[in-house]
Design a protein around this ligand. Structure first.
Ligand code: ZN
Length: 131
């Protein structure tokens, strides 16, 4: 297979990039991302470029969650307790993507407390907590 470089990736005539994904049972489907988001996904390690207008997801959403929890050893990134949820360091509403770079294992409480806050903002509130 020819390795296509990130610099070759460009939006198609509709201005988007095609994303090929497959679920655990090999069901294949496609979705679309803006060019800017597609670049982030490739840079942050959740997709690879397969041709000029197409990227492929390495993992389904379910596999990604499993991967992050295992990578972080089921430990909450924020408080160090047991974590079994996945949190976006930069919230999706603020442009964060579901990439290994932006996802961390989190306990339900920290996940809820953090909500829509930015990572830096939330970490500041964590530092102020007196134990
Ligand atoms: Zn926590």
């Amino acid at each position: 297979m020819v390795k296509v470089k990130l610099k070759h990736l460009k939006p198609n005539e509709d201005g988007v990039v095609v994303v090929k994904s497959s679920t655990k049972n090999k069901h294949r489907f496609i979705s679309f991302l803006s060019y800017e988001k597609a670049l982030i996904h490739v840079r942050e390690g959740s997709c690879r470029v397969i041709d000029d207008h197409t990227v492929e997801k390495f993992r389904s959403n379910k596999q990604m969650k499993k991967y992050i929890k295992k990578r972080d050893n089921y430990t909450c990134h924020y408080c160090g307790g047991y974590g079994d949820t996945i949190d976006h360091k930069t919230p999706k509403s603020k442009g964060g993507c579901s990439t290994p770079f932006n996802l961390v294992c989190s306990c339900a409480k920290c996940n809820e407390d953090k909500g829509d806050m930015d990572y830096e903002e939330f970490m500041k509130t964590k530092c102020l907590v007196v134990v």
